[in-house]
Ligand binder design. Sequence first.
Ligand code: FES
Ligand code: FES
Length: 192
Amino acid sequence: MLKRTVMINGAKTTFVADAEEKLSDVLRKQLGLTGTKVGCGSGECGTCTVILNGKLVRSCITKIKKIEDNDEIITVEGVGSKDNLHPVQIAWMVHGGAQCGFCTPGFIVSSKALLDHNNNPTREEVRDWFQKNKNLCRCTGYQPLVDAVMDAAKLVRGEMSVKEFWKKIPEGASLVGSSLPRPSAMAKVTGT
Ligand code: FES
Ligand code: FES
């Protein structure tokens, strides 16, 4: 068994786990960070993506023996919260990026990492990023996800305010048959 003390979402956290255990299992089962989802469990779908020392990793194929003391891990819970949403989370809601929502935490974490590294990507660069990091979505066809990242980048660069962004939704519009955020969107983008 290995004992590790790491920073997870800014909080000092100590855990004990088998060297061969998956990071996704420690996060979810031991530390209660269930925002990180496990889809394929074999590194192919990106839904378990977290940031480890500034780099994206798929936590389902990251063994605990690869984690060192003082490593920094960011999960979807550390990207933003209901009262303090990250631009990517807001954009995901406005663009209907969270349909079934299963892929959403992985995309949110991945998009945050992209914008941390490049806050003015082209659409092509966004698509390449998702492809490179194996973020898969079966519901959306990717276009709303790329739209969301492009708008989130505008928010990050300060070219649009959050208020202006929400105004994209017409006042009094009906939810049925519309592209308005689903009632469950907030929970999906924050991993709750
Ligand atoms: S669950 Fe980790 S890549 Fe699919
Ligand atoms: S929203 Fe369903 S898989 Fe992406």
